[in-house]
Design a protein around this ligand. Sequence first.
Ligand code: PMT
Length: 404
Amino acid sequence: MNVIVGISGGIAAYKVPALVRLLCDAGHAVRCVATSHALEFVTRTTLQTVSGQRVYCALFDTGNEYSTEHIALKDWCDAVIVAPATANIIGKMACGIGDDALSTLLLSVQDKRVFVCPAMNTAMWCNKAVQRNISLLQTAGVTLIGPDSGHLACGTTGAGRMAQPEAIADALEAHCSPVTDKLPLEGKKVLVTAGPTYERIDPVRYIGNFSSGKMGVAIADAIAAAGAEVELVAGPTHERSTSARITLHTVESARQMYELATRLFPGCDAAILAAAVADYRPESYIPEKLKRQDSEVLTLRLVRNPDILATLGGSKRDDQTLVGFALETNDEMRHAREKMERKNLDYIVLNSLRDDGAGFGVDTNKVTIIHRNGSTVATPLLSKREVARRIVDHCLITPQKTAP
Ligand code: PMT
């Protein structure tokens, strides 16, 4: 393959020669395009030596082979890896800005595989604008590799470390296998629940929650991208998916979600239940708008809704995989493991409302995926689309063995 490594200005650029060497050893032809800031961290001579090619940096370099180098390079390449990807280059990519050789090239490579390997300080990575830009890139089909969590050059510990060169090279191989290859979940059907449920009190009021549906819809999209048909049962949400592999069933209440999910599950290979289902509903619906009362206190009697996940767990066949979510505020691991046991799940995805940037409404999440064999995998704070991809990969594409 012809691979362009785009290097922006961060300390992780010191790892790029190792990445270029790995790619060359794997038989790829590599050309480096660096920003001027990148060349503060890694020299042009080093990149030129490991790639065996001249390094592109300035748009109007007199040494350029063509006057429109960015177009010539995009025609030459099969894939582009941006490593390290600073918040700045991610922002330019998301907004369509081209003001140097690398950003201009990235503007022109619409039809090629693009991989972005973020590297920055944790606070910058968690910044809402950066996360919004990452979501925009993922929606546009860019593949995110990392970032990892760990010790950072600024002396702190957290998410934001560039993925290791070996992981980047592996991701390139995994994602660029010939297009004739079957998608990993082709032929499968998966049920997904998403969003909140609304439990009507009277014609104008309901009991609901803050779920936006972003997490569940991202999961449906990730499953569809992996080739499976998806039955998406969604409570009230503005989130929409455009994949033709997704059949959307919109519902309002927990009981409607229950009816559909229990009917669809027997025909599915797996289910991931990300909806925030109301555990209780008003005992009776008041057909006329409830008027303001004289008394200071109004009492509503609530009755329990059916537990969809537990019902599916009770009827689950050996050939089906069932994944639940747990949204916790305290003693998270214990509560999540109890839910997994009680509802007979294969996996439970734990999110804690104590984690900044995780849970309801936001575009990011941070989860721990727990397998019934006891093993756990924790993600750093990532876009919900990337979290969804990791859940689908871990639970459905490369499922864990039952024994630890
Ligand atoms: O929609 P977003 O704004 O993107 O937010 C995503 C999210 C925070 C809603 C999502 O990541 C999440 O955590 N969903 C589960 C929320 C929840 O209701 O958790 P729980 O611990 O109360 O429920 C445990 C599991 O049982 C969940 O899989 C839930 O779908 C399921 N359940 C709960 C009650 C019920 N009556 N039926 C169910 O199926």
